[in-house]
Write a protein that binds this ligand. Structure first.
Ligand SMILES: [Zn+2]
Length: 178
């Protein structure tokens, strides 16, 4: 995993693609943060005896594109009917945010790859370039030298690009004056 906070930072950037009225709604941002970290709910499986490499293991089904699409639709439906007008756009934004989770994990240098195409294909994928130091599972493991290096690599490879992307989207989505 990348750290949970970093997934939320990505949500903050991609959420700028939503309609301006939506962006001023605090509930939208709560939902965006929630869907960005929800894929890692699969770590519960470790406690339940699910093996890492299983379909429902860590970085399995919940890190797939299908899961991102379903979660995106479900999240949007909390605000608007997800099959028309702004609801459709909202579903797309939530899907992108959820999918960004697996994509960021696929840039990390440890653990197993993502089953992006589960359940149809259970191969596990990383991106060819993996500059982000993998984050330890469990907050207690953060407060040491390795944790510090993880944060620095996430700032460099995620937070700064996210800031740039967010600013760009905001600029493009600015309500036109006059
Ligand atoms: Zn993850």
């Amino acid at each position: 995993m990348a750290s949970l906070f970093t997934h939320v930072v990505a949500a903050g950037a991609l959420g700028q693609a939503a309609a301006p009225e939506r962006r001023s709604d605090r509930r939208f941002w709560y939902m965006a943060a929630l869907v960005s970290v929800l894929p890692d709910a699969d770590v519960i499986g470790f406690k339940l005896g699910v093996r890492y490499g299983d379909l429902w293991g860590h970085r399995g089904m919940t890190h797939s594109l299908l899961f991102a699409a379903i979660l995106g639709l479900a999240a949007a439906a909390r605000f608007k009917p997800a099959w028309k007008g702004e609801g459709r756009r909202l579903a797309l934004v939530f899907t992108l945010i959820t999918a960004s989770h697996g994509l960021l994990d696929a840039l990390t240098n440890g653990g197993l790859g993502m089953t992006f195409f589960a359940p149809f294909n259970r191969s596990r994928y990383f991106l060819p370039w993996r500059p982000i130091l993998v984050s330890p599972i469990g907050a207690a493991n953060f407060f040491n030298e390795y944790g510090r290096r993880v944060i620095l690599s996430e700032i460099r490879w995620v937070w700064l690009p996210a800031l740039a992307i967010g600013a760009l989207l905001r600029l493009l989505k600015r309500p036109r004056a006059g």
